[in-house]
Design a protein around this ligand. Structure first.
Ligand code: ADP
Ligand code: ADP
Ligand code: MG
Length: 460
């Protein structure tokens, strides 16, 4: 049994991990940057160590300092959360060599899925469809043009190391492809320290559907059904739900197929721990592998709510070497869950981040409502990290009940001193197409076309 775990992250996910540890009677160590001295994860952990200056590159990304903190406090394991070092194979290897368990996939599994091009090749190898595109990374402009000619426009240029919706651009012709190819490479080098890009067909108005998987170190892999994360802004998720209305109504036979495809890829990678296999599904019901997220995901709570399984607790048990306690047939989906990401941003000013001090804070509650957050009244949201301040999750017996409950919960949410996207989330929950479950990844773009006026009126 682990006695002590270091949480190498911040914000709501650090709080989420500390909660899971407390319920397992495991002591916790928080690490924090100088900007996070008053952060909730620091207050909730048993011990806390400052590891450097506010920029992540001086703190949450510093492997040497995190390992030193782990050694000083004598922890058994490190949970990396999401973002930062969560998918860094080198970090997992360093933990291994220091005899500290990395709570995530084995370094070997991480290598098999090291970047997006490698994962894409693995999916292809085991017969899972991928969008038409390049075999691997594209090293020359001429090769980019040749791929586009073969698959046809529009195409997407994607950074192999990209994440969080960044490092992607669409090209509609040779001219924008050549231009996009070079800028994508240099942007990727700057943002991710890796200029590798690949090209795939741009699928228009698709659905984003992802499968939660769990694997143990005995080679057993199961999946926990899907999440629909098609409600996105700039390729970043805004609302997530389980199950997917598309698979419930339009393509009922797809659920089983995509679930099996996800398990197949995870098996090929000999995946251990919790992971997510992301797909896009087009209007005809064709599905394509997108990427493999080798970590806990932001939207994991919706799966927890419909399966009754605590995913972070499971990650810890699996990292201790415990076998899976569930077989595939034990997994039953019950009811419906929706998550709204609550961001410190101004929906009336192009979603500009709105860091600063939260003056008044009251969060919704009541039956079927869950809030995962590190926010509190008097907390100052630093400007150097992402703008997500929490997640509101509503669960119901069916989708309608979950939406009505979410609507009610959003109307209770009170955050003053900063701007938040709560009103925007309400506009989504009340949209007739969302309510019918008819939407694609273009939903928000379309909504903003029509609803912007309404939002502005409300402000006036
Ligand atoms: P999810 O797939 O769970 O929605 P996201 O893709 O939104 O998660 O990423 C979760 C967090 O990790 C976000 O804070 C995002 O900015 C960060 N992140 C993910 N991948 C990368 C990456 N390659 N580089 C930097 N940050 C990343
Ligand atoms: P990230 O690592 O940033 O999460 P993903 O590859 O998962 O990147 O893509 C994020 C989102 O971008 C997808 O959910 C989808 O909306 C859009 N996207 C990515 N690839 C394609 C594609 N080939 N065609 C259409 N949309 C895509
Ligand atoms: Mg993704």
């Amino acid at each position: 049994m682990f006695e002590k775990i270091l949480v190498a992250n911040r914000g709501e996910i650090a709080v989420r991990i500390i909660r899971a540890c407390k319920e397992l009677n495991i002591r916790t160590v928080a690490v924090y940057s100088e900007a996070d001295a008053n952060s909730m994860h620091v207050q909730l952990a048993d011990e806390a160590i400052c590891i450097g200056g506010p920029p992540a590159s001086e703190s949450y990304l510093r492997i040497d300092r995190i390992i030193s903190a782990a050694e000083i406090t004598d922890v058994d394991a490190i949970h990396p959360g999401y973002g930062f070092l969560a998918e860094n194979t080198h970090f997992a290897e360093v933990c291994d060599s220091c005899n500290i368990r990395f709570i995530g996939p084995s370094p070997r599994a991480m290598q098999s899925l090291d970047d997006k091009a490698i994962s894409r090749a693995l999916a292809k190898k085991v017969g899972v469809p991928t969008p038409p595109g390049s075999e691997s990374t594209v090293e020359k402009e001429q090769d980019a043009l040749a791929v586009a000619k073969r698959i046809g426009y529009p195409v997407m240029i994607k950074a192999v190391a990209g994440g969080g919706g960044r490092g992607m651009r669409v090209a509609h012709n040779d001219i924008s492809l050549v231009k996009g190819y070079h800028t994508a490479r240099s942007e990727a080098e700057k943002a991710f320290g890796n200029s590798g890009v690949y090209i795939e067909k741009y699928i228009e108005n698709p659905h984003h559907i992802e499968i939660q998987v769990l694997g143990d170190n005995k080679g057993h892999i199961i999946h926990l059904g899907e999440r629909d994360c098609s409600i996105q802004r700039r390729n970043q998720k805004v609302v997530e739900e389980a199950p997917s209305p598309l698979l419930e109504h339009k393509f009922r036979k797809l659920r089983d197929k995509i679930g099996k495809a996800a398990v197949k890829i995870a098996e090929a990678a000999r995946y251990t721990s919790a992971g997510t296999v992301e797909f896009i599904v087009d209007n005809l019901g064709n599905y394509y592998f997108l990427e493999f997220n080798k970590r806990i995901q932001v939207e994991h709570p919706v799966t927890e709510e419909v399966t009754g399984i605590d995913l972070v607790r499971y990650q810890i048990m699996l990292a201790m070497g415990e076998p899976l306690r569930h077989s595939q047939s034990d997994i039953q989906i019950k009811g419906h869950a929706i998550e709204c990401r609550i961001n410190a941003e101004d929906p009336f000013d192009d979603f500009r981040p709105s860091p600063g001090r939260i003056e008044m804070y009251f969060q919704p509650g009541g039956r079927g409502v869950r809030v995962d957050t590190h926010a509190y009244a008097g907390y100052t949201i630093p400007s150097m990290y992402d703008s997500m301040i929490g997640k509101l999750i509503a669960t119901g017996n069916d989708r309608r009940e979950a939406m009505d409950r979410m609507n009610r919960a959003l109307s209770e949410y009170m955050i003053t001193g900063i701007k938040s996207n709560v009103s925007f989330q309400q506009a989504i929950m009340q949209d007739p197409n969302f309510r019918r479950g008819v939407y694609s990844t273009s939903f928000i773009e379309q909504l903003l076309g029509g609803a912007r006026r309404e939002l502005i009126d409300e402000k006036a």
